[in-house]
Structure formats: C-alpha cells, structure tokens
Design a protein around this ligand. Structure first.
Ligand SMILES: NC(=O)c1ccc[n+]([C@@H]2O[C@H](COP(=O)([O-])OP(=O)(O)OC[C@H]3O[C@@H](n4cnc5c(N)ncnc54)[C@H](O)[C@@H]3O)[C@@H](O)[C@H]2O)c1
Length: 247
C-alpha cells in the first residue's frame, strides 16, 4: 500500500493503537495530522519519530464542539483538504454498573460517540475535496459480547456502528467510504493498567490465535480500508480480534 501525497487525520494518535497507525501511515508516504488531548504524549511521539516534516500535531478534546471546529479550521488553512480520517481516540474505564453515575455515562458517551461525530462532521467539507475520501472508525469487538463493567463504553461503540452505516449512505455520492474496525482486547497502556493479568490470559486462551493482540495487529486492516483497494467497501465492520468472536 502506498499513501504518498495523501492527507491523513488520526485522532487518539498518541495512544497505543493511534501511534501504531501514525507510524505506519507516515512510513507509507502520507502526511499525518496526529491529534490527541494528551499534549505530552503527542510531543513524545513527535520526538520518537524524529520530528518529520510530514508530521503535523494538534491537541484538542474530541468531545468539545468548539475545539473540533477550531481543529477543522486549522486543517482547512494548513492543508485545504483531507483524504483519510481515522477516528481512534477513545476512553474506556471500568465501572461496576451499580456504581455508575449519569455524569460518568455522559462523559463516556461524549468521548466515544459524540467525539467521532464532532470530528467527522467538522472535517466532512474537507473530505469532500478528496478524490476518494475514507473514514475509518475504531469501534470495539466488545459490542459482540458485552462487558459488564463497560456498559456506556460498549453502548457508545455499538452506536458508532449505526452512525457508520448511516453516514456511509450520506457520503457515498461523494465517493467517500465509511467503515469500522473492531479490535479485540489489545495490549495498550490502559488495558495493561486496568485488566488483571489473569483476565488478559483468559482472553488470549479464548482466541483461535493463542497470543496477545498488539496495536500493530490493527494497522493492516485500517490501512486497507483507507486504501484505493477498498474503494467499493463501505458501511462494513472488519473485526480484528484473533478469532475471539465470529459474526
Ligand atoms: N486496547 C483495546 O483493547 C481496545 C479494544 C477495542 C477497541 N479499542 C479502541 O481503540 C482505540 C485506541 O485505544 P488504545 O487501546 O490505543 O487506548 P489509548 O488510551 O492508548 O489511546 C487512546 C487515545 O485517545 C486519547 N483520547 C481519549 N479521550 C480523548 C478526547 N476526549 N479527545 C482527544 N483524545 C482523546 C487518549 O489521550 C489516548 O492517547 C480507542 O477508540 C479504543 O476504544 C481498544
């Protein structure tokens, strides 16, 4: 795959999966707007990459409408258009249902469901300027099985599938595709922190492929959906969980 000359926006770019995607799109020739709410982590990623000219960075919160509008204005000024948008930012705390407050529910929905809507709708005018716009949404394989301690997160990630399929119908006439990737339990920093080792080992044993899922395992699926080869695929889920769930 080759993304030379392509303009790619990635949210959650400083995170485990987002940074793996940022590295790969840069190595495949794209220029990347790496965005995250964690400025320090974005700076660290820029340093690790050697501050390449193709690396653009912006710190903002995807759940805040005004910040998404400001970011879209900056992309319009700096680039004038966008070819690929990857919605990878996400927030997934564990909370027992009987301790869950409405404020927590709202916060988790605001980041995981409202956020991709806000980023996508504000960047849509710039995606329409691409000859072949691509939107990829990182949902979660948890939508197939449910997670007792993650009710709002799983609800938001399932909601993204409805958004993705409906949006595919809205933007198809502009040649833009919209698809979702559903990762399984993937070894990023929050998972290592939140999940007991025994729970991770159990998830690994329950897979057809008996090893831990790594952020790099998601990269091929996302790049494929963002590529010219996926031009006639839209409104679809590509599940990447090592064979934990089949659907
Ligand atoms: N790791 C997993 O097991 C797993 C499984 C299924 C789906 N996912 C999804 O994959 C994506 C990446 O997750 P990850 O495991 O790399 O986690 P991560 O925490 O390493 O990365 C997520 C990034 O999103 C950023 N972020 C969070 N809230 C934000 C906001 N309001 N505005 C802007 N940036 C924000 C964080 O700062 C972080 O850098 C998420 O959407 C997550 O829900 C992860």
């Amino acid at each position: 795959m080759n993304f030379t000359g392509q303009s790619v926006v990635i949210t959650g770019a400083a995170g485990g999966i987002g940074s793996a995607l940022t590295r790969r799109f840069l190595s495949l020739g794209a220029r990347v707007f790496a965005t995250d709410r964690n400025q320090e982590a974005l700076d660290a990623l820029r340093d690790e990459l050697g501050n390449p000219a193709a690396f653009f960075a912006s710190t903002f919160d995807i759940s805040r409408e005004a910040e998404c509008q400001e970011f879209a204005a900056r992309v319009r000024d700096d680039w004038g258009m966008v070819d690929v948008l990857i919605n990878a930012a996400g927030y997934f705390p564990l909370t027992p249902f009987d301790e869950l407050t409405y404020a927590q529910w709202r916060e988790i929905l605001a980041i995981n469901l409202d956020g991709p809507f806000l980023v996508t709708s504000n960047l849509l005018p710039l995606l329409k300027k691409s000859a072949a716009g691509r939107i990829v949404i990182i949902s979660s394989a948890s939508i197939f099985v449910g997670v007792a301690e993650q009710c709002p997160y799983v609800a938001a990630k399932a909601g993204l599938i409805g958004f993705m399929r409906s949006l595919a119908k809205v933007v198809g006439e502009h040649g833009i595709t919209v698809n979702a990737v559903t990762p399984g339990l993937t070894m990023t920093a929050p998972i290592k922190k939140l999940f007991p080792k025994a729970a991770i080992a159990k998830a690994t044993q329950a897979r057809a492929l008996k090893r831990d899922e790594q952020p790099e395992d998601l990269v091929g699926a996302v790049c494929f959906l963002a590529s010219a080869d996926a031009a006639f695929i839209t409104g679809q889920i590509l599940n990447v969980d090592g064979g934990s769930t089949f659907h």
